[in-house]
Design a binder for this molecule. Structure first.
Ligand code: ATP
Ligand code: MG
Length: 557
């Protein structure tokens, strides 16, 4: 084995061996083959990273191929979203964008070839009847009464199917393989079905469409894919793909299967995600709680973090559940490096600095990143009236509470040390404001011998920008939604509190320049990113991308 491949995953080891042995003239061509019937999710990111990275590592290329064989479920909207998402993740396929529908002519001629060779036949049985004769895992299937039609009759019927002479479901073309095969996929699988539905790319040219299994392997072959990488559930389909390739004498691409990504507290199945969207459980495919790439992007996850996550979880053949906290850690790692800091008070409490003149205003320089001076600084304004976080004040604080309480001192981040002298109440007994004094000698660093432990964030009342904030939690309240007895009622596992909206949050003015692509760390509150869909000129809306620490585990376990 190539020493460079040692320690790499099994797929890279195989490819390194193939390249070393000069197979396919040393070329590596992979593909990412989505069905355009939904948005891509984080599981697809694993497949995308694998295919594109492997191709790049071996000096090859990766195709983006839409496996668009089912006109009923597919839409242009999905293909557009998929293209956007793959590009956003940071991969490019150049001119190598393909569609299974580009091969409909080829596939039709392949079908004719198999009919002529006596290897495919037209069946008049209904889908239900076919299923009934298919047998089970322990019992062989039975031959259809139409299995032994003559080649001539099959050809004629297939052409009539194509010409639109039959209604949906009246006839199918099946491969003639083996009704007693232990592999159910080999029991005369359907190759073509009748669907009087226009296709988003071929219009109404066709009323018969190839099945995914009759298109997938041959599409790989037509594109000269050398290594066809897919998830484990396709392992049982491989003998069928190989059978078609062999009988049709096509280029042999090798298929390798790896385990799917399963992520805790969410679902990664397009069917289920589609259900969340159509039942309006979420606001759309790009709802920031969705495990879709569009949702994660809107939530503020940087693409680098997703790529890091895919590298961290690796590739294997073992089915496993990955903890959401691994993904969130990758997001934190990335944002900790790249997100500028800003202050935002989520639940404001007014503070009046009684010994600070009403008409006075100072500006303090604050670094945009504590460890990265090259990210520059900004000015923050200090005035007599400020806001701090309600949580940072307690009427009767325990001794370990290093923030504000009656008679206590705290440092305002990048500002002065203040002392709470008086609490002013509303008529209903709630706290209206705190009256504090400041110590002018404490700006920046405290003088010798002056110890104040707590540091809190704050904003100037006159300068703060009002924003709305969405805080997110897991979409589901159990790690494996729909597991066991919940298979049918998986929606019951939804977390009813997956979103909390805070109005009237107050942020320092620099956030007016925020863009959706640049997350901020609101100091002490987490990472946040502008939601362009929901923001208006008057009211910016921010999503919390992720908390500063993994508080979820502590609270819920
Ligand atoms: P779903 O089961 O969610 O509907 P799919 O497999 O039907 O997904 P495709 O569009 O066919 O979705 O997937 C395109 C590629 O992405 C396939 O090669 C598939 O194996 C891979 N893929 C899909 N889901 C995952 C996952 N959870 N982990 C890794 N790869 C995945
Ligand atoms: Mg699929």
């Amino acid at each position: 084995m190539n020493t460079e491949a040692a320690g790499k995953d099994f797929i890279r080891q195989i490819i390194a061996t193939d390249v070393g042995a000069g197979k396919n003239a040393g070329q590596v061509i992979t593909r990412f083959p989505p069905e355009p019937n939904g948005f891509l999710h984080i599981g697809h990111a694993k497949a995308i990273c694998l295919n594109f990275n492997v191709a790049q590592e071996f000096g090859g290329r990766c195709h983006l191929r839409f496996d668009d064989t089912n006109p009923v479920k597919e839409e242009v909207l999905y293909a557009d979203a998929i293209r956007d998402d793959v590009a956003w993740l940071g991969f490019s396929w150049g001119k190598h964008e393909f569609y299974a529908s580009d091969y409909f002519d080829d596939l039709y001629h392949m079908a004719l070839k198999l009919i002529e060779a006596g290897l495919a036949y037209i069946d008049d049985l209904s889908a239900e009847q076919i299923r009934a004769l298919r047998g089970t895992l322990t019992e062989p299937g039975q031959n259809s009464p139409h299995r032994d039609r003559s080649v001539k009759e099959n050809l004629e019927l297939f052409q009539r199917m194509r010409a639109g002479e039959f209604g949906n479901g009246e006839r199918v073309l099946r491969a003639k393989i083996d009704m007693s095969s232990p592999n159910m996929n080999m029991r005369d699988p359907v190759m073509y079905r009748i669907l009087h539905t226009p296709h988003h790319r071929t219009g109404d040219t066709w009323c018969i469409y190839p099945m995914y299994d009759f298109a997938h392997g041959q599409s790989d072959a037509l594109e000269g894919i050398t290594h066809s990488l897919c998830t484990l559930e396709f392992a049982d389909h491989r003998p069928l793909y190989d059978w078609f390739i062999e009988k049709l004498e096509l280029h042999q691409s090798r298929q390798f299967e790896y385990s799917r990504l399963n992520l805790g507290y969410t679902v990664l199945s397009k069917r289920k995600l589609q259900e969340l969207v159509s039942n309006a459980v979420v606001s759309g495919w790009d709802d920031p709680r969705m495990p879709t790439l569009a949702g994660m992007r809107r939530r503020g996850f940087p693409p680098q973090a997703l790529r890091k996550f895919c590298a961290r979880i690796g590739i294997s053949k073992n089915d496993s559940w990955i903890d959401m906290s691994i993904l969130e850690d990758c997001v934190r790692d990335e944002l900790n490096e790249t997100a500028p800091r800003a202050m935002c008070v989520l639940r404001p409490l007014k503070v009046v600095i009684t010994d600070y003149p009403e008409d006075k205003q100072e500006e303090f320089a604050a670094p945009n990143h504590p460890q990265q001076p090259e990210m520059g600084e900004r000015n923050i304004q200090f005035t007599r009236e400020l806001f701090i976080e309600q949580d940072d004040f307690m009427l009767e604080p325990p001794s370990k509470f290093f923030r504000l309480g009656p008679g206590r001192e705290v440092r305002l981040r990048n500002g002065y040390v203040i002392k709470c002298e008086e609490v002013v109440y509303n008529d209903d007994g709630s706290i209206k404001e705190l009256r504090c004094t400041h110590d002018p000698a404490t700006l920046g660093a405290a003088p010798e011998g002056r110890k104040v432990k707590g540091v809190i964030h704050w904003v100037s009342a006159a300068h703060a920008v009002k924003i709305r904030v969405h805080l997110y939690d897991r979409l589901f309240q159990v790690e494996t939604p729909g597991a066991g007895a919940h298979a049918e009622n998986w929606l019951e596992d939804l977390n009813p509190d997956s979103i909390e909206t805070l109005e009237g949050c107050l942020a320092e003015p620099c956030i007016s320049e925020a863009t959706p692509a640049q997350a901020y760390q609101f100091e002490r509150c987490g990472y946040f990113c502008l939601d362009a869909h929901q923001s208006t000129a008057e009211l910016p809306v921010f999503n919390r991308t992720v908390t500063l620490r993994d508080s979820w585990v502590k609270v819920n376990k």
